[in-house]
Design a protein around this ligand. Structure first.
Ligand code: ATP
Ligand code: MG
Length: 295
């Protein structure tokens, strides 16, 4: 099968999980346990391996082309599988052209600046893939659920009104418009895990000594705010899903399926960029011929 056809297929598959306009989006309409039409896990593994290989080829071209950058944003509740999706989907990637940044609670240096500052510093270079494991979206999620975090930001009080979240959605939409207009292609993933599956994964972390390190007491505290988070996620997607930077709401109760959707989405996105290896000019060709002779 030709590369173009495989890219088209990946795009068609990923499309079912893509939200471009959010007004009517409801999180409850998406089943976290959904596995689409794929019911064979071992077949999914084969398809994923193929996707990983395609991504490696496409990354090589992205790097050589050196005009586009790709930004992948991952958001999710704890234990939804962000880390493992990143690890598996990117397993064939050349580390030289890919950087992962995890955004945790802001440092005192971060708090000296506006909230986009720390993320802007870590945007990918042209030719590279940048991965944000959490991102500026936390500013309308955890910060919304915990108003005490907003207080720490030292924003002049007269600028914090009832419309603060609407203002932030608008700023984020505009920021992403700016990035996409500058050749930074954006894929945003919300890994949608169920409350039941999260409990199962937390128990695994508690019961398996090799996974104990992954557990944090804060995880349980945040789980108690489940409904507030779900509401914040839904509203965030409704307000920041756009044509130029859509959200991909990925069922996350089955990790093998999550990886498949993420891989297909990235293959589809990078494949749509019209990448090509730079053409050699006649003068440069002469120089190459000369170099060959002199070897
Ligand atoms: P895991 O899924 O493995 O738990 P994680 O992404 O949750 O990974 P942690 O180190 O557990 O990583 O948590 C990072 C924490 O930092 C999250 O609870 C997140 O909400 C918080 N955080 C990120 N950005 C901000 C922000 N701007 N303000 C406040 N807290 C933030
Ligand atoms: Mg965590």
């Amino acid at each position: 099968m030709s590369l173009a056809k495989r890219i088209r297929e990946a795009n068609d598959f990923a499309e079912s999980y893509c939200i471009r306009k959010g007004e009517k989006f409801r999180l409850k309409d998406i089943d976290p346990a959904d596995t689409g039409k794929v019911d064979d896990k071992s077949q999914a593994k084969e398809v994923l391996a193929e996707g990983v290989q395609m991504l490696a080829q496409m990354q090589d071209m992205l790097y050589a082309d050196n005009r586009w950058a790709v930004l992948l944003i991952f958001q999710a509740m704890d234990a939804a599988g962000k880390d493992s999706a990143i690890k598996h989907v990117m397993s064939g990637i050349n580390p030289q052209g890919c950087q992962v940044h995890s955004f945790k609670a802001p440092t005192s240096d971060d708090l000296e600046h506006d909230y986009l500052w720390r993320c802007m510093k870590d945007l990918p270079n042209r030719g590279d893939i940048g991965i944000f494991n959490r991102s500026y979206y936390e500013e309308v999620l955890v910060v919304r659920v915990h108003p005490e975090f907003l207080a720490k930001q030292r924003i002049p009080p007269e600028l914090i009104g009832k419309r603060i979240w609407q203002d932030r959605y608008e700023d984020i939409r505009n920021f992403e418009r700016y990035l996409t207009r500058n050749g930074i292609a954006i894929c945003k993933f919300f890994l949608h895990v169920s409350k039941k599956e999260q409990k199962k994964r937390f128990l695994e972390r508690l019961n398996n000594p090799d996974k104990n390190w992954k557990f944090s007491a804060a995880d349980v505290q945040e789980r108690e705010r489940w409904d507030q988070y779900q509401q914040a996620y839904e509203e965030m997607i409704q307000n920041t899903a756009t044509e130029y930077a859509p959200w991909h709401v990925v069922p996350a109760d089955n990790k093998w399926f999550t990886r498949l959707v993420v891989a297909a989405t990235v293959v589809g996105k990078v494949g749509s960029l019209n990448l090509g290896y730079p053409k050699v000019s006649p003068e440069a060709r002469k120089a190459l011929d000369e170099a060959r002779k002199r070897l």
